[in-house]
Design a protein around this ligand. Structure first.
Ligand SMILES: NC(=O)c1ccc[n+]([C@@H]2O[C@H](COP(=O)([O-])OP(=O)(O)OC[C@H]3O[C@@H](n4cnc5c(N)ncnc54)[C@H](OP(=O)(O)O)[C@@H]3O)[C@@H](O)[C@H]2O)c1
Length: 267
């Protein structure tokens, strides 16, 4: 993809999930600036109005799919579109995700299910239906998180979902190597996006995590650079790389206890 665009490819498309805000929006804008106009964009999120506004500013054919990725019927819509357009997926950015901080037993089963459906099931399912429409040189991005490196009391389901994405992406990268389809898992630190409520943002800005805040535009840039280099895992900040290293050398139970203690002051 990107550097190895096959101009003979039929209907080349880039799919970005969670494109209506935050990191997904940053991916869409960056890719619009850098990719040839022949490649169409398929943008997915629930908020149609935001998607349309973004599409209006794009320099290419852009389709908006206002879909809830926690519902099974999104698969039918995307699979039908891929089939009827005879599309070639040059890049799939599996980015949409959610996370509600707080103790596990204080959250509803509906919250936990929604998170697993969006952060795990949707990413696996969309990848599965898009793969037959990929070719040599195509690429897949998964948005994981630095939270993937450690179990995180106070954010347990979220951190576990991101660990799943990291593990899945790494294994898939190896499986798809013979087909020359690249897989990159990106692991950012906190970003001040709509992922957090304003109250959570305030807490974040007063917690130890404030030193690790990243800019979504920069995360997108580093991630796409990693896709170009065929890097499988990219940790987009120095602090994130330090956390990854510590998670390998310090006994995990110590770090988990530290995180649990700090949980009261973090979003
Ligand atoms: N922000 C952080 O601190 C941080 C750190 C590390 C990793 N990440 C990861 O980065 C990714 C992007 O998050 P972000 O920070 O950019 O958050 P964000 O601004 O809240 O963006 C989330 C995107 O996902 C879409 N989305 C949410 N629920 C959806 C659903 N059920 N169906 C379809 N689309 C849905 C949202 O659009 P609609 O509301 O229009 O559906 C939005 O476009 C996530 O995977 C997140 O876990 C975030």
């Amino acid at each position: 993809m990107i550097d190895h665009l096959h101009y003979e490819s039929k209907n080349p498309v880039v799919i970005v999930t969670g494109a209506s805000s935050g990191l997904g929006l940053a991916f869409a804008r960056l890719l619009d600036e850098t990719l040839p106009e022949e490649i169409s964009f398929w943008l997915i999120a629930r908020n149609e109005e935001k998607l349309r506004r973004l599409a209006d500013g794009m320099q290419r054919g852009t389709r908006c799919f206002a879909l809830d990725l926690t519902k099974n019927d999104f698969l039918v819509v995307i699979e039908d579109a891929l089939r009827s357009d005879g599309a070639t997926v040059q890049l799939l950015v599996n980015n949409a995700g959610e996370g509600i901080p707080g103790p596990f037993d204080e959250q509803s089963v509906a919250c936990h299910r929604s998170l697993c459906d969006l952060n795990v099931r949707a990413q696996v399912s969309l990848t599965s239906i898009a793969l037959p429409y990929m070719e040599e040189g195509s690429a897949i991005v998964f948005t994981s998180s630095v939270a993937a490196f450690l179990p995180q009391p106070g954010f347990a389901t979220y951190a576990a979902s991101k660990a799943f994405v990291l593990s899945f992406g790494r294994a898939l990268a190896e499986e798809l190597r013979p087909r020359r389809i690249g897989v990159t898992v990106t692991c950012p630190n906190p970003m001040l996006t709509e992922f957090f409520t304003s109250e959570e943002k305030e807490k974040l800005l007063t917690s130890y995590k404030r030193f690790s805040i990243e800019d979504p535009a920069l995360v997108a840039k580093k991630t796409i650079a990693a896709v170009r280099k065929r890097k499988v895992v990219v940790v987009t900040s120095r602090l994130g790389r330090l956390v990854r290293l510590l998670s390998k050398i310090v006994p995990q139970r110590w770090i988990i206890r530290f995180v649990a203690k700090a949980a009261n002051e973090k979003p």
